[in-house]
Design a protein around this ligand. Structure first.
Ligand code: FUB
Length: 324
C-alpha cells in the first residue's frame, strides 16, 4: 500500500499525539512553520510558535481544525521553539503538555489547562518544576495514576542533564558512546492536579532480550526522542524514535515505570529526518499517527498521517497493511 494522504494539508503538522475524548479522536500535533533557518543537528529549523488541535468523529471522515489552542506569546517563560506536545484528561479537565526553550535557551516542559479537549488552554506561568528536555507524553492508567514521559537527545538536550543539572557544554558530546548504556528517556508521576511532578524523575530502562540495557552505539534500537506509552492486554508498550537511524521502535513492560524489553520496529524511515508518532485505540481498532515530509520535501515542514495497526498472535505490533 502506498503511503496515505496527510490528515490535513492547509497547515504543516508534525509529532501527532492522538487521544480519544468523549468518543471523538483528537490530535495534538506540532504546528510547523516556514523559516529561513538552515537545517542543523540542533533542530533550530523547527521554530514553532503555537498549537492547533484537530478532531474527527470517524476515521476517513472530515477533520476539524479547532484553531489556535495555545500561543508562545501567552506563555511568560517561553523563549522559542514550541515542539512536540501531548494532552491528557482527568477529573473533567484537559491538560496540554508542551516543551519549549525558556529565555535562557534551556528546554522545559509546560502545562496548560482547559475545560474542553480542543482548548483554549490557559498556561501555568512557569514550566513544570523539575521538568527538562523535550517531547512530553502522558499516560493515565486505569487506576487514575498519571505519568509524564519525556526526553530527547542532541537538540533535545537530554545529554546536558547527565549530572542532574543542566551542563550546556555537554551538548557537544551529543550522547553517550560505545558500549556505555544509552541515555534513557525519563518518567515522572504527575500529581492529582496534573500540573506537577510527584516523587522525582526516573529513567525508563529499555533492555535487550538478555536483560541488558541497550548500548549507546546501538543506534538502530536505542532511544533518541518521541516517547509514547499505551497499554494493551494489561501490558505497557513504550514506543519511541531512534533518531539518526529514523525508526519507530517499541519495547514491552509489566509496569508503566518499566523496565521495558525491546520488541521490534513499528515503522521504517519516512521521508524527512524526524519520525514521531502516537498509538491510539478508536472504535475497536488501533492506529499509528506519524508524520513525513511528502507534501513539502523539507525537513521542518511535515504532515501528519495515520495508518491502522494490528497485533499478531504474540501481541507484537505491526502495520495492518505493510508499506510498499
Ligand atoms: O518537532 C520538533 C522535534 O522534531 C520534536 O520534538 C522531535 O520529536 C522531532 O519530531
Amino acid at each position: 500500500m502506498a503511503d496515505p494522504k496527510p490528515i490535513v494539508d492547509h497547515l504543516f503538522t508534525a509529532d501527532p499525539s492522538a487521544h480519544v475524548f468523549n468518543n471523538k479522536l483528537y490530535v495534538y500535533p506540532s504546528h510547523d512553520r516556514e523559516t529561513d533557518i538552515a537545517d542543523n543537528d540542533n533542530g533550530d529549523q523547527y521554530d514553532m510558535t503555537d498549537y492547533h488541535v484537530f478532531s474527527m468523529d470517524t476515521v476517513g471522515g472530515p477533520v476539524t481544525d479547532h484553531g489556535i489552542a495555545l500561543s508562545a506569546s501567552s506563555v511568560p517563560w517561553v523563549g522559542k521553539q514550541m515542539w512536540a506536545p501531548d494532552a491528557a484528561s482527568k477529573n473533567g479537565k484537559y491538560y496540554l503538555y508542551y516543551p519549549a526553550r525558556d529565555k535562557e535557551g534551556v528546554f522545559r516542559i509546560g502545562v496548560a489547562v482547559g475545560s474542553k479537549p480542543e482548548g483554549p488552554f490557559e498556561p501555568d506561568p512557569e514550566p513544570i518544576k523539575g521538568s527538562y528536555s523535550i517531547d512530553p507524553a502522558t499516560f493515565v492508567d486505569e487506576d487514575g495514576s498519571a505519568y509524564l514521559y519525556f526526553g530527547g537527545i542532541w537538540g533535545g538536550q537530554l545529554q546536558c542533564w547527565r549530572t542532574g543539572e543542566f551542563v550546556k557544554s555537554a551538548y557537544e558530546s551529543m550522547e553517550a558512546s560505545g558500549d556505555e548504556a544509552a541515555l534513557l528517556p525519563r518518567v515522572a508521576k504527575l500529581t492529582e492536579d496534573m500540573r506537577s511532578i510527584e516523587g522525582g524523575v526516573k529513567e525508563v530502562e529499555i533492555r535487550d532480550a538478555e536483560g541488558k540495557l541497550l548500548h549507546a552505539s546501538d543506534h538502530d534500537r536505542r532511544f533518541f526522542e518521541a516517547a509514547w506509552l499505551h497499554k494493551y492486554k494489561g501490558k505497557y508498550y513504550f514506543s519511541y524514535s531512534t533518531g539518526d537511524t529514523h525508526f519507530l521502535a517499541y519495547a514491552i513492560g509489566e509496569s508503566p515505570l518499566g523496565p521495558f524489553t525491546y520488541a521490534g520496529r513499528i515503522l521504517e524511515p519516512v521521508q524527512g529526518w524526524t519520525t514521531h508518532h502516537s498509538i491510539v485505540e478508536f472504535k475497536g481498532k488501533w492506529y499509528l499517527f506519524y508524520h513525513d515530509t511528502s507534501l513539502s520535501g523539507k525537513n521542518h515542514l511535515r504532515s501528519v498521517k495515520m495508518r491502522e495497526l494490528v497485533y499478531d498472535a504474540e501481541d507484537k505490533l505491526k502495520l495492518a497493511v505493510p508499506r510498499s
